[in-house]
Design a protein around this ligand. Sequence first.
Ligand code: IPE
Ligand code: IPE
Ligand code: MG
Length: 244
Amino acid sequence: MSKAAQSGAPAPEYLPRHLAIIMDGNGRWAQQRGLPRSAGHAAGAAVFKKIARYCSRIGIRYLTVYAFSTENWTRPPEEVGALITLFKEYLEESLRDFRDDDIKVRFIGDTTRFPKSLQELIAETWELCENRTGMVLNIAMNYGGRAEIVRAARALAEKAKAGLLSPGEIDEAAFAGELYTAGQPDPDLILRPSGEERLSNFLLWQSAYAEFMPLDVLWPDFTEKDLDEALAAFAHRSRRFGGV
Ligand code: IPE
Ligand code: IPE
Ligand code: MG
């Protein structure tokens, strides 16, 4: 029996090549239980680990998860601190226990704003995964779609100034080549658990023709079955890309 057949997910040819998830609803999950928001983030981190492995097992090639936005710094310092601790714990665990794993972890966003200790774990993870050939897992940390676009514009301007590029050569491919996701396919499907129906500054350029799917479940309650159902619904969507 194939791996996909063992799961309830559609066969690999019907899966999105690139799946993106806005992992939202941790705070509400905690609030419903009378717990601090940090408990919601801890529960959400456990779900992330489970779902990332499941995606790799069923044959998703690229998974991008929104873990921390450029706007999330406006949250209370205790909450930001709890999230940073969780990021560190996750990376320490994967560096310690999953050294033979095949998932290629990448980071998108400006990670230089995080504490040095976290930046070191990011660098170590990046290096460890360099030659892996399995699913690419992009973790968006201090990521903002607008900041990413501005960064790409600046990189192109620098190249033009240095005489490496003429303004007329700036096209969509050149622009995409300066994004964090350079060389990767655009997301086919963006899931947003928690019921909110907005992108919140996620993959603004790359989402041009992504299928968007808000889901009525909070991220810490999200299961493999919820993912199977979303993937089945995606397989039935008609994508036209502006054609007929
Ligand atoms: C998502 O859950 C996690 C991050 C944004 C870091 P939230 O913390 O936004 O949860 P809600 O939306 O308040 O329920
Ligand atoms: C988006 O969720 C960011 C992440 C899930 C990391 P938010 O909870 O920050 O978004 P808004 O504030 O509801 O738009
Ligand atoms: Mg939220």
